[in-house]
Design a protein around this ligand. Structure first.
Ligand SMILES: C[S@@+](CC[C@H](N)C(=O)[O-])C[C@H]1O[C@@H](n2cnc3c(N)ncnc32)[C@H](O)[C@@H]1O
Length: 242
């Protein structure tokens, strides 16, 4: 079994999410930020969609001028059927690996991210999202915190360039929207809580702020992101293969 016990603490410094770099179309299971990360790189790149599911990224990635390959362990929409732990590709085959909501479903996250590293060319990029405080769904095994994301990436030979919370998908949003044993009344309350929490997080409101003299001061984007990472349903990341 793969082990990585080295201390890999320390998150990358906050940088503005690149969302504005993508103004093209979206579909229900695609994410503007993930496409923006890809849109900033000059085409054509060989792009692997790791755990592609219904491959909704295929037309959007191709429209950006990149070559798209989707891999998944099941389903008929993938270009290639394969296990994320043993990818059926030669080493250094891709320039960019994208992933949306897959890492929480693999049974060996360290080994699976090492496979991503293997199939990327040096300097290649791994970007996408992983569940953190979403409820258990399908066969999710390991939901990953911000520190866990950084640890997994560094253990597999990546430099973690950026991590961001999905600001519109906090724990409350995911509990309100995803299948599970939550009543309709509770879901309605959670939707309200999510809106309230997003509003409250814009200012310093903790009693400590009174003594620190920061009461009601607007939080910087970095402060806000740092707080929301603690209550995010999903976390986005970008990393470069060393
Ligand atoms: C929540 S779905 C996300 C699908 C797609 N990325 C999307 O966002 O629509 C998780 C996907 O991971 C795939 N998956 C889970 N374990 C896998 C593995 N070991 N190897 C390859 N794919 C896997 C599932 O088959 C499923 O399509």
């Amino acid at each position: 079994m793969r082990r990585c016990v080295a201390s890999t603490s320390g998150r990358p410094a906050w940088s503005p999410p690149p969302d504005a770099a993508y103004a093209g179309p979206l579909s229900p299971r695609t994410n503007r930020r993930h496409l923006a990360i890809l849109a900033r790189r000059p085409p054509p790149l060989d792009v692997l969609d790791w755990g592609c599911g219904s491959a909704e990224y295929r037309p959007l990635v191709r429209a950006l001028g990149h070559h798209y390959v989707g891999v998944d362990i099941v389903g008929s929409d993938a270009d290639v059927r394969g296990d994320a732990h043993r990818l059926p590709f030669r080493g250094a085959s891709f320039d960019h690996v994208i992933t949306n909501a897959v890492l929480e479903h693999v049974t060996d996250p360290l080994g699976a991210v090492a496979e991503v590293s293997r199939v990327l060319r040096p300097g290649g990029v791994f970007s996408g999202s992983v569940a953190f405080l979403e409820p258990h769904h399908m066969d999710s095994h390991f939901h990953v915190s911000a520190d866990g994301v950084v640890h997994l990436l560094r253990c597999a030979g990546f430099t973690a360039d950026a991590i961001w919370p999905q600001e519109r998908w906090l724990v409350f949003d995911s509990l309100a929207a995803m299948p599970g044993p939550v009543t309709g009344v509770t879901r309605a309350g959670l939707r309200l809580l999510a809106r309230l929490e997003r509003l409250l997080r814009t200012r310093h409101l903790h009693p400590r702020a009174l003594t620190a003299g920061t009461w009601l001061r607007r939080r910087t984007p970095a402060e806000r992101a740092d707080e929301l990472l603690a209550i995010a349903g999903q976390i986005d990341f970008v990393a470069t293969r060393r």
